[in-house]
Design a protein around this ligand. Structure first.
Ligand code: UD1
Ligand code: CA
Length: 453
């Protein structure tokens, strides 16, 4: 396109009361990212583009999220929620900078694409004062209706203010608008609040543009792209659309999904070549999976980087902060957190490995637990390369197991074990002849197990 400059203003100050949640609406996740993150990602980036986000007065969490996602963005607080046009004008100072194109988007419309933003800008370059994104709604209830006179867009009527005939219109306002940036303030300042809700409606910009003798046009897109999220049901619908997109993108990129409809991905999931994901796998944010790795069924993975030719699951759980090198193997009912496994490490069965570093080719036996939490703080377990941890061992952190060390099964390890040493630590087994009979007598006599011992 041309070298026109742009300002995108994203409205995110609404309370989202219909979500019935303490969390601000735009922070609800779709595909592992807040609604707002998807919009900020699609908004124009780079040279000649500016970004402003309008947040509510009690929404420090939204501001923090904006800073994390797009440090280049300015945030503006809308002190009172007096409607969408009022919200846009909270960013007056940014708008007054006079970018060529002023784009307005809603923070609750997460499926919008970068291509659509680009399409909205084209009519402005051709002299239109306003472009409105429209879509044909299967059920238009609640949306603003686009009223046309022949080819020309003449007004947008909010559902609450629409006549029965207008309510039959299915061409709806998606919420995204593109203004000629130099005329925008003139238009926005003329918007009033004489409607059933007494709010300043951005949609009134259309009739004002017409009254000024300027051109307003509609750019159409699919309903799926512009679903506005007001309720939890709509949040779930958007998730379904997003998951379908992500699965298709993964398949197109060569990932094998045996039953794609059962696999859940995050918007930022990264795959190498020849990755296989078996049915019923959930992948949360921040996951990368290397070439040739297989994720078996019922595994749940977040914020972890998995190397090449690794095997995970079935029933593996990776919590945040793991790095698994190439050829590692994580078996069933293994939970890991903040752990690095160097190449070739095996943790095949029923283990918890947290806050740990495990050297190459070590074998962690079934039922091994890193006891990383003493009730006050988390402590680290370090295991050297080529170590063997016998089954059902408890490694009480902080603790270091040397390279090539051998831990006998059933050990409770509380002291560091040097390289190539062997440690076996078990309570002596006590046998009392007839003890079981005595125990049962005491128990039926009303004694508790504790008082028996
Ligand atoms: C809005 C449109 C409607 C359109 C629909 C598409 C208006 C008046 N209505 O209705 O035509 O069909 O979106 O999804 O524009 N917001 C603020 N401050 C406010 C009010 C809203 O920041 O004072 C923000 C909200 O956070 C939200 C967006 O503006 O991101 C839209 O507000 P919402 O109340 O969801 O509008 P809808 O009723 O969905
Ligand atoms: Ca909405």
């Amino acid at each position: 396109m041309t070298a026109r400059t742009s300002l995108t203003v994203v409205l995110a100050a609404g309370e989202g009361t219909r979500m019935k949640s303490a969390l601000p609406k735009v922070l609800h996740p779709v595909a592992g990212q807040p609604l707002l993150a998807h919009v900020l990602e699609a908004a124009p980036h780079g040279a000649g583009t500016a970004l402003a986000v309008v947040v509510g007065p009690d929404h420090a969490a939204v501001e923090a999220e904006v800073r994390r996602l797009r440090p280049d963005a300015k945030t503006f607080v809308q002190q009172e929620r007096l409607g969408t046009a009022h919200a846009v004008l909270a960013a007056r100072r940014a708008i007054a900078d006079g970018a060529d194109d002023l784009l307005i988007a809603f923070g609750d419309t997460p499926l919008i694409s970068a291509e659509t933003f680009a399409r909205m800008r084209a009519p402005l370059a051709d002299g239109a004062a306003l472009a409105v994104l429209g879509f044909r709604a299967a059920d238009p209830t609640g949306y603003g209706r686009l009223l046309l006179d022949g080819e020309h867009l003449v007004a947008i009527r909010e559902h609450a203010d629409a006549s029965p005939a207008e309510r039959k219109v299915t061409l709806c306002n998606a919420g995204v608008m593109a203004f000629d940036g130099r005329k925008a303030l003139q238009i926005l300042d003329r918007i009033g609040n004489s409607n059933s809700k007494g709010e300043f409606y951005l949609v009134d910009a259309v009739s004002i543009v017409r009254d000024m003798g300027l051109e307003a046009v509609v750019i159409e897109t699919s309903e799926d792209e512009v679903r506005g999220i007001n309720t939890k049901a709509q949040l779930a619908e958007a998730e379904a659309v997003m998951q379908a997109r992500l699965r298709k993108a993964a398949l197109d990129a060569g990932v094998t999904l045996i039953a794609p409809e059962t696999v859940f991905l995050a918007a930022d999931t990264k795959f190498g070549r020849d990755v296989t994901i078996e049915p019923f796998v959930v992948i949360g944010p921040g996951v990368s999976i290397g070439d040739g790795t297989v994720i078996h069924s019922f595994s749940h993975i977040v914020q972890s980087s998995i190397g090449k030719k690794a095997q995970l699951g079935p029933y593996a759980r990776l919590r945040p902060g793991n790095t698994l090198a190439d050829n590692t193997k994580i078996g069933n009912f293994v939970e890991m957190k903040a752990t690095t496994l160097e190449a070739g490490v095996k943790v095949n069965h029923l283990s918890y490995v947290g806050d740990a570093h495990v050297g190459a080719a070590s074998n962690i036996g079934a039922g091994t637990i890193t006891c990383n939490y003493d009730g006050f703080a988390k402590h680290k377990t370090t295991i050297g390369a080529g170590a063997f941890i016998g089954t059902n061992s408890s490694l009480v952190a902080p603790v270091k197991i040397g390279a090539g060390a051998y831990i006998g099964s059933g050990s409770v390890i509380t002291k560091d074990v040097p390289d190539n040493a062997m440690a076996v630590e078990r309570s002596p087994q006590t046998i009392r002849e007839g003890g079981a009979t005595r125990y049962r007598e005491l128990k039926t006599g009303g004694m508790t197990k504790k008082s028996v011992e």
